[in-house]
Design a protein around this ligand. Structure first.
Ligand code: MN
Length: 214
């Protein structure tokens, strides 16, 4: 009985097509390190459930459907974002963006950055308050859907970048450190049209330890 079972398992797991398609190139929904209601009242449980469970899941499903048969079959997400365009870029970009987004928040977040990051912010913007104001202003000035990012170049110089739609600073040769999502799906259930209020509130849940590591 056991032998029959094992040979059956082996015959399935050795199937070459299954292996390639199921194990190598499957993109997965990033896990949340907090409960869906843990970021309230800044981001409601309902928004997290739709944003993470529906919107992001859709991007993951789309990319898993689009990539097979293309040159990106064995590529990682960052490579795809750097080198693709069209539907593959849009979905891969949105997965990368949301992976960074959902992992940079914590119910214990807030406050100010420390160490090297704090120094670099002070060097570039004079103070954390000034940086925050400029970051919010960039997010407000972005017309339509997109992202505002804190990014660094290869020499460690910081900048704020505005990216339309699925954009990520990676495509400009920069590394993303912190990203606020200004697509309406990120805030409409909680803040309706008040994007400015939403951006102001988000600082309360930023996990600066995560951002510093990036
Ligand atoms: Mn989003």
């Amino acid at each position: 009985m056991l032998t029959v079972f094992l040979s059956l398992v082996l015959s399935i797991t050795n199937h070459p097509v299954m292996d390639k398609n199921e194990n190598v190139m499957k993109f997965e929904l990033v896990k949340l390190a907090y409960a869906t209601d843990a970021l309230e009242p800044v981001i409601s449980k309902q928004t997290i459930e739709f944003h993470h469970g529906k919107h992001l899941q859709t991007y993951v499903n789309n990319l898993n459907n689009l990539v097979p048969g293309t040159k990106f079959e064995n590529a990682d997400l960052e490579t795809i974002v750097r080198e693709s365009e069209g539907g593959i870029f849009n979905n891969a970009g949105q997965i990368l963006n949301h992976n960074l987004y959902f992992t940079q928040f914590s119910p214990e977040g807030g406050g100010e950055p420390s160490g090297k990051l704090a120094e670099a912010i002070n060097t570039t913007w004079g103070s954390f308050d000034n940086f925050r104001k400029e970051f919010e202003a960039a997010g407000l000035a972005l017309f339509g859907s997109g992202w505002v990012w804190l990014a660094k170049d290869k020499d460690g110089k910081l900048s704020i970048t505005k990216e339309a739609n699925a954009g990520n600073p990676l495509t400009k040769g920069l590394s993303p450190l912190l990203g606020f999502d200004v697509w309406e799906h990120a805030y409409y259930l909680d803040y309706q049209n008040r994007r400015a209020d939403h951006l102001k509130e988000l600082w309360k849940i930023v996990d600066w330890k995560v951002v510093e590591k990036r």
